[in-house]
Write a protein that binds this ligand. Sequence first.
Ligand SMILES: [Fe+2]
Ligand SMILES: [Fe+2]
Length: 275
Amino acid sequence: MPEAITTQPPSGRVLPHELPAALREAGLGNWIREPLDDAVDRRRRIIMPPAAAAMGTPVSAYQGALLAESRHPDTIFMMGDNPALLAMPERPVLKDFFMLRFSPIARKHLLQSARVARENGLDEKVIMACLVHDIAIAGLLSANHGYWGAQMVRPYVDDEVAWAIEKHEALRYFADESVGYTYPEAYIDYFGPDYNPPLYIRREHEAARRHRWYMTSRLITVNDIYSFDPNVVVEFDDFEDVVGRNFRQPKEGLGFDGSPVAHMWRTMIWPNNFL
Ligand SMILES: [Fe+2]
Ligand SMILES: [Fe+2]
């Protein structure tokens, strides 16, 4: 007598509990990752919106509700690799952040800026600075991006490059006719025609103008353009030589070298970690 054949494997699937409707209605579904493969892990993962993104928005009102969700046994906070992101190598280098973390638009902006700087025959320090001038916007935080960006690269680049990146944030608002730099058209769209930079930015600009590295930073702004030829494709590898000579990649990988800024790179590797 043949043995009974079960046509269906025994299902161990247990759906996570119903999410409170209020969370769905508040659009928080975007911050909640349902189980991908219940054979591997049946738990739902919640991403707590970081304060810098949530503050001043309706999302900040839902912090308590998200914390309450984590008390369910089928729900945890996101820690470690988010399957929605591309996996990073164990010892990531600058290129990995460009290719696996930065959005296509940010990557293109940085690569095109570096390309224009190279075509203008500028010094390698300027090309390097252009290549990474907005990495904070690309991978970490937009507000104060020049300062964050400078800090992120400071241990790995020449002091002049880090200084130039920091100051480009303020210099971007002020024209310098000696090099043909005018107030960016894009800023009129972004901030409105009546925008007046705050006092600390105006002071930063004035101080930077008197600094011996002023022109290095100013040249970032000159090459920091938004209207690019859509037919030109720029690859990160086009700058492999410049990066090799001007960016000291730590052998442990960015994020793991114990430098004072390693945590910033780790935040880009695991941007959704709860803690
Ligand atoms: Fe910038
Ligand atoms: Fe830029």
